[in-house]
Write a protein that binds this ligand. Structure first.
Ligand SMILES: Cc1cc2nc3c(=O)[nH]c(=O)nc-3n(C[C@H](O)[C@H](O)[C@H](O)COP(=O)(O)OP(=O)(O)OC[C@H]3O[C@@H](n4cnc5c(N)ncnc54)[C@H](O)[C@@H]3O)c2cc1C
Length: 519
């Protein structure tokens, strides 16, 4: 899908039914929902799909054990229901993950055992497996590097795990399959209104060339995550703040820190939250933190105190403690939490979503979680279509297989995230065996995946490929810097760019990658 074709489609349409601003979980969910109802739908993403919060999650499709601790049963039930739906619609991207809550005090096993039984019950028919009490020996067998001193046993339960950026690109491809159009590197810079003050379109700026366009739409949806207030102020300069931004970081460690397939759930941190140590793409992901911010930034940086906090808590639960030098990559994300007057502790703010329609007709959807993106989109498109007077069509996404749907793939095969497209990737390698070579001995990715990302997955920059289409930057920041020139050259051949482009992309990427190093 060359960019010129995408732009030609943008220019050919005189008016859209629905324009969605933002290509994260929420916007892409809305794009898929609207396109599947048959509405002429355009999605515009300023940077790359999932570049905001949606590539920086803990990668869990979950009800949220912590929200159960907080007594938010309705949120947990909804999220568990969505967890089951997502597994059914994208089995190539979501898999069942076992978690153990290790217990060091006499009361912990009965306490967490009962709580997790309730978690199982709330999932009902869509459960991922029953929780049960484990002996000390069994717990150590499942998590060999667990701190053995004073360990009494554990409680095992099940949740879902996924690759957030791969799900995002899969949603973009699903939208495309349904006749919608998703364009990355395209920012919305203004809203156009008619004489009655009603929004009738958007001004957009191509982030790669600076070209400005004006587009018409029957309804505009603001799904820009932590930046929804910026778009709301384009509509109404006096709009009050909706978002309370809160930063969370993750550390990525070598798999030897938690060998085996079982994740650890630490049920109580010093600041009264939970943290996870989860096996992911043959590494261990440790997170997260919760630090209120004054304002969001597009490239949030991990704070030293957050890194120390996670190292310290991980060390309490692991026999071999991780040190700073063991961190392969560290990344930060910002939660788009809904502000509550008088509440300044973001960890107690609700993870529920919030939908508003302004006087001018701007539909804003914010909050929620990756896990609930489909339900958020269903609510948003139903309300938006009603408001805009679009012909009513029922939501179809509960039983809508996502692009590449196939069941039974081994999630340990890194190509499984491509689902049924694996056959085409293999064909690419058959035609050009050089593309079957790995990019780096510490990373699973093949040269073919770079070519595929450019040809089929809207990748336009080195960061698009190394951060989101592959997860090289997140899995090993230093290794991703090593392969940057090679990957840039492969992309340049596909995109028709010269040496200057390669040099500037490599420089920009290495600057970005430096911020993912902890030392
Ligand atoms: C640390 C952390 C851990 C988390 N872990 C989990 C988890 O394990 N499971 C789970 O379910 N949820 C998790 N979440 C929550 C989940 O990641 C978010 O709720 C979700 O990703 C938000 O998606 P979004 O689309 O609303 O926002 P975003 O992903 O931020 O998307 C908004 C997009 O809008 C774009 N944009 C902004 N301005 C413009 C403009 N003017 N024009 C065009 N585009 C624009 C941005 O570039 C961005 O890509 C976690 C969140 C954090 C921070």
């Amino acid at each position: 899908m060359p960019r010129s074709h995408l732009l030609a489609r943008v220019d050919a349409q005189t008016s859209w039914d629905v324009i969605v601003i933002g290509g994260g979980a929420t916007g892409l969910g809305c794009g898929v929902d609207a396109a599947s109802r048959g509405y002429a739908t355009l999605l515009l993403e300023k940077a790359d799909f999932s570049q905001g919060t949606s590539s920086r999650s803990t990668k869990l499709v979950h009800g949220g054990v912590r929200y159960l601790q907080q007594g938010n049963v309705a949120l947990v039930m909804d999220a568990l229901h969505e967890r089951g739906i997502l597994l059914g619609n994208a089995p190539h991207l979501v898999h069942n993950q076992a978690f153990v809550v290790p217990d060091y005090k006499w009361w912990e096993r009965p306490f967490y055992g009962v709580g997790l039984k309730l978690y199982d019950m709330l999932a009902g028919k869509l459960g991922f497996g029953r929780s049960r009490i484990l002996s000390r020996a069994k717990t150590l067998n499942m998590i060999p590097n667990l701190e053995p001193t004073d360990l009494r046993g554990g409680v095992i339960y099940h949740d879902g795990q996924f690759d957030d950026s791969r799900l995002a690109v899969t949603l973009a491809r699903t939208m495309d399959d349904l006749g919608g159009l998703a364009v990355n590197h395209m920012a919305v810079t203004g809203l156009a209104k008619d004489g009655d003050g009603q929004i009738q379109g958007v001004e957009i700026k191509d982030s790669l060339t600076g070209t400005i366009r004006h587009l018409k739409a029957k309804v505009v949806i603001n799904a820009t995550g932590v930046f929804v207030d910026e778009i709301r102020r384009l509509d109404d300069a006096a709009a009050t703040r909706l978002i309370a931004p809160s930063q969370g970081i993750h550390l990525v460690l070598d798999k030897s820190f938690s060998p085996g397939d079982t994740a650890i759930m630490v049920p109580h941190t010093d600041d009264g939250r939970v943290i996870f140590l989860v096996p992911w793409h043959d590494r261990v992901l440790v997170g997260t933190t919760d630090v209120p911010l004054d304002a969001p930034t597009p490239e949030p940086r991990p704070m030293d105190e957050e890194i120390d906090f996670l190292l310290e808590h991980a060390g309490r639960y692991l026999a071999r403690d991780p040190k700073r030098a063991d961190i392969l990559s560290v990344f930060a994300g910002i939660r788009p939490l809904i502000r509550v007057e008088g509440e300044d502790k973001t960890s107690s703010l609700s993870r529920d979503h919030h939908l508003t329609i302004s006087q001018g007709g701007l539909v804003t959807i914010a909050g929620g979680k990756w896990t609930t993106y489909r339900k958020m989109a269903e609510d948003t498109i139903t309300q938006a279509a009603r408001f805009a007077g679009l012909p009513p069509h029922a939501c179809k996404t509960e039983n809508l297989p996502l692009h590449g749907w196939i069941s039974g793939l081994d999630p340990k095969n890194h190509l499984s995230v491509h689902g049924s497209d694996i056959g085409e990737l293999r064909e690419l390698i058959r035609q050009n065996p050089d593309l079957g070579a790995p990019l780096h001995h510490e990373l699973p990715y093949l040269r073919a995946e770079v070519v595929w990302a450019v040809r089929r997955e809207w990748a336009m920059t080195l960061s698009d490929v190394l951060r989101h289409r592959t997860r090289a930057l997140v899995l090993d920041a230093a290794a991703s810097m090593d392969i940057a020139p090679d990957v840039a050259r492969l992309m340049a051949e596909e995109l028709g760019h010269g040496e200057d482009w390669i040099d500037s992309e490599v420089t920009a990427f290495r600057e970005l990658a430096q911020t993912y190093l902890a030392t």
